[in-house]
Design a protein around this ligand. Sequence first.
Ligand code: G3P
Ligand code: MG
Length: 339
Amino acid sequence: GTRYLTGSGNAALPSRLAFAFDIDGVLIRGKNALPAAKEALSMLDGNNKFGLKIPFILLTNGGGVGEEERCRKLSSQLGVQIHPEQFIQAHTVLKSVVNKYADQPVLVLGGKGDTLRTVAEGYGFQQVYTTLDILAWNASIWPFHDLTQQERASVKTTDFSKIPFSAIFVFHDPRNWALDIQIMCDVIQSRGVIGSYRESNHMRKPVDLVFCNPDLIWQSDFEAPRMGQGAFKIAFQAVFQALTGSTYPHTQFGKPTEATYKFAEMMLKRHLPGVSTPSLYMIGDNPESDIAGANAAGWKSILVRSGVYDSRHGPPSHQPTHEAEDVAEAVYWALEQEM
Ligand code: G3P
Ligand code: MG
């Protein structure tokens, strides 16, 4: 629709405002762009009363493929060119921690087959393994999954009794929770070298555990929200606690964590050169991640009713600056405040 598209006037003042858009439930549901998304992005491309181009980034807890590939897919879905320097996904922030583990064996979870191995190697990790690699090495480690032809083609076999894992990174949503939880418990309890339970392995440092997306739920194209990586984390911690008596310490990235919003703010400011006090807006559908994180970062936050948030269940758990039906109404309201 063109509810809010007005003629473009002369660009009077450099933009001091910028937007961060959540993706699932705001711009896209499943594979389809929401109608309001094209209108919203067109307003930022100069279709507003000052004819002003306004910078924006996409900030998602999604992931599973490389930034370049996701940007190509988003550009065709949204009909607007999205560049990697406008794009942060759940595991992008790992680029800032890779040097600590670059030459050490790490276990990467989530996504399909070995797609994330390629992403992790692209970030600079040099010894990347998946739970399917471990299953291919010793099928008895999890007797309830037989590797498919396709999975067998993607594994990197090695003798894991000689591989001292230093960290486990949950990049994206695991597909086989049972297999992944079993192997996470094996690697953690054996302090990195699977199978070395009996020998005293207390000399080795505990394995680091990093999650990239805390979302319990997210909005896909099914009418009700789906379980996200946060649900997987709860399942792992519940099993680990039952096995060992306590949950396992870990690092959490993704919205609403401060690390992810600081990373996003740095990226946004690169699009606002010379603006000392920018006005930053987050538009999201999940109060727990989008609104909570933006509020904590001191940004303005707009909660849309096109995704996870359902006003029939009462007020949002985190109070946004403004609530809107969809992303176009949200952008229009923000521009009215600022111009
Ligand atoms: O896996 C994606 C989901 O957790 C949320 O994605 O774009 O709403 O942050 P998004
Ligand atoms: Mg969302």
